[in-house]
Design a protein around this ligand. Structure first.
Ligand SMILES: [Zn+2]
Length: 121
């Protein structure tokens, strides 16, 4: 994704845009009500945050064990290796799910937040 330029495509058309980003949840362009607005609606912000919270809860034990065992190369290698594979599997599933639903990638979402002056999600 490009950083400084606005995406050319927008389902709502260029006249509805004040500046350059689409809603992370639905991918649609929208008029900004304020300069640091990220989502097109409260419903989409809530949906994004609820899914992120749920995914974090699911991923946490696998990611921590995978990291602690350096992906199964230190300590309890069999558990670490399995945790690493499970974490990868979750990430791949979510990546596919997000692509199908036309959601913003996690990297693009974080870049947008940083650009708008937010420190942490
Ligand atoms: Zn939206």
């Amino acid at each position: 994704m490009s950083g400084a330029t606005a995406p050319a495509q927008s389902p709502a058309g260029p006249s509805s845009r004040q500046s350059g980003h689409d809603c992370p949840e639905c991918g649609a362009g929208f008029p900004l009500a304020h300069p640091r607005q990220i989502f097109c609606s409260d419903a989409h912000q809530k949906a994004w945050k609820a899914r992120t919270r749920r995914r974090g809860y699911q991923l946490y034990p696998f990611a921590i064990v995978a990291r602690a065992t350096r992906e199964g190369t230190r300590g309890d290698r069999s558990t670490g290796s399995r945790a690493s594979k499970d974490a990868d599997q979750l990430r791949e599933r979510w990546k596919d799910e997000d692509a199908t639903k036309k959601r913003m990638t996690p990297a693009a979402y974080l870049a947008l937040r940083y650009r708008l002056g937010f420190d942490r999600p």
